[in-house]
Write a protein that binds this ligand. Structure first.
Ligand code: ATP
Length: 144
């Protein structure tokens, strides 16, 4: 079976390194599936749960990525993530709390509340997406 090396690096460590058969990511340009011998590519990544296939079957490992860049060459994928976690390392309650805070800020903005004037909408949306990525990677149910 053809494989491609995947290395996911966060600012402080190598989060994941393995020979894999396919990686499915959400790039700034949309969803991408990377197979061995893929054409060279560099793209930005949005917060999401990456899907890693190791073998020929469709079993997938999930890895939360907060954002960053991905570089693809025919035999290696390098993800330089602003933050990334394997499910075992994700604190589910922390992600739920982050989601609740982001939702509350977005609700205040939506209501046009006076205390919303200092809220950065893009920042709140990104925080929400990071929390969703972590909850999805741990297969935790949540309400969007
Ligand atoms: P929070 O508001 O809870 O800090 P955040 O989305 O702002 O969440 P990030 O800026 O993406 O956090 O990440 C900061 C650091 O904290 C990174 O090292 C990241 O891996 C880690 N981290 C963030 N949330 C979690 C979590 N739920 N479980 C484990 N590690 C986490």
């Amino acid at each position: 079976m053809a494989t491609i090396k995947l290395e996911i690096v966060s600012p402080d460590k190598v989060v994941y390194s393995a020979d894999i058969s396919m990686l499915i990511v959400r790039s700034t340009g949309g969803e991408l599936g990377i197979l061995p011998k893929h054409a060279p590519l560099v793209t930005g990544l949005v917060p999401h749960a990456m899907r890693v296939r190791l073998g020929a079957d469709r079993d997938e490992q999930l890895i939360a990525v907060a954002g960053g860049f991905m570089e693809v060459t025919p035999d290696k994928i390098t993800v330089l993530a602003t933050a990334a976690e394997q499910p075992i390392d994700i604190d589910i309650n922390r992600a739920k709390d982050a989601m609740a805070r982001a939702k509350e800020r977005l609700a205040l903005l939506h209501q046009g509340a006076p205390e919303a004037k200092n809220i950065d909408v893009e920042r709140a949306q990104l925080a929400m997406q990071r929390a969703m990525a972590r909850l999805r990677a741990t297969k935790t149910e949540f309400q969007e």
